[in-house]
Structures are given as C-alpha cells and as structure tokens.
Ligand binder design. Sequence first.
Ligand SMILES: CN(C)c1ccc(C(=O)NN)cc1
Length: 330
Amino acid sequence: RQTGTVETDAEKHDVEYLTPISIGTPPQNLIVDFDTGSSDLWVFSTEMAAKDIKGQAVYDPNNSSTSEKLQGSTWQITYGDGSSSSGDVYLDTVTIGNLTVPNQAVEAATKVSDEFTDDANNDGLLGLGFSSINTVQPTPQNTFFDNIKNNLDAPLFTADLKHGAPGSYNFGYIDPAAYVGNISWTPVDSSQGFWSFTSPGYAVGTEAMRNHSISGIADTGTTLLLLPKSVVKAYYEEIQGAQYDSNQGGYVFPCSPTPPDFVFGVSDGIVTVPGDMVSYAPVDSANQDCFGGIQSDTGIGFSIFGDVALKTSFVVFDAGGLQLGWGAKN
Ligand SMILES: CN(C)c1ccc(C(=O)NN)cc1
C-alpha cells in the first residue's frame, strides 16, 4: 500500500492551481490543473495545430516507448464556462509525486478552445471526479485516482489549496499536521459523477446562521464560489456600493473596506470564507472596485464550491466512505 504527495502552485489571483505530472518513457513533464469537477485526464499534444499552442508543454506519444494508442477511442469535453477540448486516447505511464499508474488513459488533445490556448501555463486537466462522467467513447476510462486508489493506504485524497501560496494534494492519507480541531464530515452523492454535498445553511458576517440548504459540488477546477441567486443577493446587500455589473458579468464592490465573511455549514461544523478572500480581484487598474469571489450559480443547476471556498480549508475527498471532510487549516 502506498501514499503520495505533490505540491500545487496558485496562479495569479488563485485563478487555478497547477500541479506537475509526468507521462511516458522517458518521462515527459507537464503541469496540469487537478480538477475534482471533471473526470478526464487530457493534455496538450503534438497532435494539435501549432496555432492552438501558445507556450504550453505538449505530450508526444511517439516519443514514449510505453505509449499505446487506444484504437478507435475519442473524447470531447465542454466545461461549465463554455471552454472545450477534444482528441484521441493513449495508454501510458503517468506519475504524480511518487505514485505511478502504468496504463493510465491519457487523452491527447487534437483541438482546444481559446480559453485553453490563452492559458499559457496550463498543459491540461487531470480529472479527480468520478469515472462515470469520463467522456472517452466508445469505452469510458478510469481517472488516475480510480486506477490507484486500491493501492493506497486509504481510498482518499486531500486538497490543501492556499491563498497565493503553494498548496498540496495528498493521496492515500490524511496528514494530521495539515489541520487543527475536528474534520467535519458530510455525505457525498456521486450519482452525477461529482463530489456533491448539501450544506445546511449559511451566514453573512457575524449574523445568525440561516437555515437554507445549498446543494453543490466541491470543484477544485472552478475558481469562484457560485451560490444560489438569493444567497448571493443577501450577501451583497450587506456591502455598501455592491452591485451587479453586466459588463464584468457579476457583482462588483468597492475593494475597501473589507467585505463581511461568508460562512456556510458543513454537517455539524462551519466553514468561513474570510471577507478578504471574497474580494476576488480588482476590476480596474486604480484598484477601486473588486470583482466578487461569490457569484450566482444561475443556469448551472447546482452550486459550485470552487477554489474561493476550498482554499479556506483542508479538504478530504474520501471515496471509501463517499464523504467530504472539511478541516480548519493548521
Ligand atoms: C479554461 N480552463 C483552464 C478551465 C479549467 C477548468 C474548468 C472547470 O470547469 N473545471 N471544473 C473550466 C475551464
């Protein structure tokens, strides 16, 4: 049985967290976005048109003695923000930290949308959602985690994302030095392929908790905290000068003073998103107005507890117990 750990670095404004992996023999090193909200491991590749590659590292299956084409298999994925990619599939050795899966499905991109082309530091995505939503056809493939979880000391991984600092993903163990107090556990409904849970309520600032259940997914691949319109409205009503700015496509408010905290329940515990993490990023060079890290989930069908929520905590994705654990960071 094994365990592993790998460091993940926050991009500017914590827009995404990028983590090194290696693929093939000899190892080809790429840096990818670990994404608990999807279940495809896809990478920029030598099969793409040069115009779609702007600085990314690419996987070259022809340069790997262990690559094996999965004949007839293809994939195509579209994400919540409308970005997309597609391509074909190889089996090859994938290593994360000290953990190796010998026959991992590596989805080589032939096409990617502009959002990926323009994301120069990101060489692909490594899905950590449930394999039931893997997009490979005709036969869906397993995620890296699904392939290795039975070799781990425990079938779980943890995400310790930080605000503007390197964090880490651990596999197979819960690091007791990473959190303080008790972890709050809540059951996961994996029927839609996501790490989905229901928060029993929320509070704005120091107000009392409101009994308003919020169902959503823990998604390391989404930057913001996307909540029901009514919750978002109640939050921004507490901020002088906050308003929905259609140009920016979301709520904007004066960067100072610091806005109120946002608190949401997790089973018998609570998670606090500090106000200074809610002012996500300045919208203007004068740094007067800030774009909110809390925005509406309208049109998605569920809420998304993205990086703005996850980076407040030490989060355990427990596939064995089918539960999420939220702990206070050490
Ligand atoms: C364009 N990029 C880098 C994306 C990365 C991740 C996602 C996503 O929805 N993950 N759950 C969307 C887009």
